[in-house]
Design a protein around this ligand. Structure first.
Ligand code: H2U
Length: 351
């Protein structure tokens, strides 16, 4: 019997994180009797006077939002990171290490309308969001080492507010995900003399097995090492782009296009507003970053959606995943195939 990745279990290496993932495709045949959640797809009003993210509404903090017409950014009223805090005392105990953590947290509304999401927005509207992200990165990146832009979408992802928005957490330290990537991409660069994600994109184009959507500048694909059933990445097709702030005008518009294409596929998969956590990773920032060599970095976006087999059934990262190793049933190629073959037009925009 010869190895067939669709039938036979195997482990795959994630070179960005430096970890293995177990793929068990034969389990797709098992009967399902796990949790079934109710889909919560009520139509939302365009404006909700009780929603603190809507234009003109006074938030519990006492501040009133302006009558904004495009994006709107404000300092998070309940920030996880503050700028002015006392530093912890130095400690040389290896079992009780503690360090300084400073930062700023902001919230960005994508649109004044509560009833839109990225796949429903126009490319021009998404482009405005990208322009605002670049501004935030330039602003916060002067002071902070890492600026994490992320969107939690859907209650199932812990999103507390249905209004289209994202968060920006800027920190004086490198978060774990960023630090691991920095280390692994640097090691690859030093060993191979080339950029990990640029080499990867080139080979994904050649193999053409995991690409879901693409345009002139970008690939939207299920990475070879994906953990979540429909996890995807957006990576530049061939140009070396260290940070979002390095994007050309055309690339910002084509990024808006690829984001719309990819999230449309997501929504069309189970005909629901597809929940996910997404965000961007690029070269670190902070004072003096211009002089640091970041040739090993390549800007990219990550989408981690929890849904597995319907709008109601999500994958839980529990048990074996918590105690041993991440595991998936559907292969990355099967997931890419499913997404790729879905209509390009959003199911709500068909008429
Ligand atoms: P989530 O959707 O991921 O929960 O993010 C919403 C953020 O918005 C959350 O961090 C902030 C919360 O602190 N927020 C405010 O800053 N002010 C408000 O009045 C509502 C929510």
């Amino acid at each position: 019997m010869s190895f067939n990745p669709v039938d036979h279990q195997h482990v795959r290496w994630n070179p960005l994180k430096g970890e293995w993932i177990l793929v068990s495709p034969h389990r797709m045949k098992r009967p399902w009797s796990g949790q079934v959640e109710k889909s919560n797809e009520e139509e939302r009003p365009e404006f909700d006077p009780t929603n603190p993210l809507c234009p003109g509404v006074t938030r519990p903090s006492g501040q009133t939002n302006p009558q904004y017409t495009s994006t709107f950014i404000f300092d998070n009223d309940f920030p996880a990171l503050l700028e002015d805090v006392p530093e912890p005392p130095a400690s040389d105990n290896p079992l009780f290490r503690c360090g300084q953590a400073k930062g700023t947290c902001r919230v960005m509304c994508f649109s004044p309308k509560s009833n839109v999401t990225v796949p429903i927005m126009s490319i021009e509207e998404i482009r405005h969001v990208i322009d605002a992200w670049v501004q935030e990165l330039n602003d916060l990146g002067q002071k902070y080492k890492w600026v994490q832009i992320f969107e939690n979408k859907g209650a199932v992802m812990g999103c507390s507010n249905p209004h289209p928005h994202c968060q920006i957490w800027a920190s004086s330290f490198m978060p774990n995900e960023a630090a691991a990537k920095d280390k692994n991409m640097k090691e690859y660069f030093n060993k191979m003399g080339s950029n990990l994600l640029m080499d990867y994109a080139k080979q994904e184009v050649e193999k053409n097995e995991r690409i879901v959507v693409q345009n002139g500048d970008w690939l939207g694909l299920v990475p070879y090492w994906a953990v979540w059933p429909y996890e995807t990445m957006i990576i530049p097709k061939s140009r070396h782009i260290k940070r979002m702030s390095d994007l050309t005008d055309e690339e910002k518009t084509s990024l808006a296009d690829i984001m719309k294409q990819l999230t449309t596929k997501y929504d069309n998969l189970f005909e629901c507003s597809f929940p996910y956590s997404m965000g961007f990773h690029g070269a670190p920032t902070g004072p003096g970053h211009e002089s640091e060599n970041c040739d090993h970095w390549q800007f990219h976006a990550l989408y981690y959606p929890p849904l597995l087999r319907s709008a109601m059934v999500k994958k839980f990262m529990v048990g074996y995943e918590m105690l041993a190793n991440c595991q998936r049933d559907l292969t990355a190629e099967q997931a890419a195939d499913k997404l790729r073959n879905l209509p390009d037009i959003h199911y709500k925009l068909k008429q």
